[in-house]
Design a protein around this ligand. Structure first.
Ligand code: AMP
Length: 223
């Protein structure tokens, strides 16, 4: 069965961390629009420049650009058994665009499509975002406050210098939340009405959230 998972949640709710774990255990590609857009920005392309003008304000990048990037990615061979969408869709308009993209990329009739909502109180999130650092080489994500790093600047996994994302400042983080509540939160009702949404308490530990996530996938598949 082709497994298609959609992860919805505010910035800093831990979607990325959970996707990395699930991606490894289920052998599914992790498709994260934020990272795909940051790659486009680093390439210096015209699309990258356009995307950056929205990203630096904490706003959504225009749907045409994001839909194109997603469609090209979902057509790649490694998505034939499924994928995990982290950070897409982020608006009702994008959810409708995704329905159309899935019709094009899914030739398989046996599909398990599930959406997960990572729910965490907003104040916890701001604290997580401003303390978030990541490794540009191996992708490990750290929280300077909750993780006891020997050296707060160095990745414990591969020794590279950790970086902070440009949009993980308090000012831009607050704007990203405004965008989330106005445009992304309505997706919770959208997928709930379809009967494919599971809500997860994302204020728990990484291990507990992962246990609940994989438990919900198994229950759904077996029901
Ligand atoms: P993220 O890494 O998921 O926090 O995304 C960083 C930024 O990339 C967001 O604040 C948006 O500006 C942009 N972005 C990521 N995903 C999308 C999307 N699905 N639609 C539009 N813009 C997006």
């Amino acid at each position: 069965m082709k497994q298609e998972f959609i992860f919805i949640g505010p910035p800093g709710s831990g979607k990325g961390t959970q996707t990395k774990l699930l991606s490894k255990d289920y052998n599914l590609p992790h498709i994260d629009t934020g990272s795909l857009l940051r790659e486009e920005v680093s390439s210096g392309s015209e699309n990258g420049k356009l995307a950056n003008s929205f990203m630096e304000k904490g706003q959504l990048v225009p749907i045409e650009l994001v839909s194109q990037i997603i469609k090209n990615r979902l057509l790649k061979d490694d998505c034939k058994n499924g994928f995990i969408l982290d950070g897409y869709p982020r608006s009702l308009e994008q959810a409708e665009a995704l329905d159309n993209i899935l019709k094009e990329v899914n030739s398989d009739t046996n599909i398990n499509l599930q959406a997960f909502y990572f729910n965490v109180p907003e104040e916890r999130l701001i604290e997580r975002l401003v303390n978030r650092r990541s490794c540009p080489r191996c992708g490990t994500i750290y929280n300077l406050k909750t993780m006891n790093l020997k050296n707060k600047e160095i990745c414990e996994n591969c020794g590279s210098k950790l970086v902070q994302r440009d949009d993980d400042t308090e000012e831009i983080a607050r704007k990203r939340f405004d965008t989330y509540f106005a445009q992304t939160e309505p997706l919770i009702e959208f997928y709930k009405k379809r009967g494919i949404l599971t809500e997860l308490d994302a204020s728990l530990s990484i291990e507990e959230i992962y246990k609940n996530l994989t438990g919900a996938i198994k229950n759904y598949v077996n029901s």
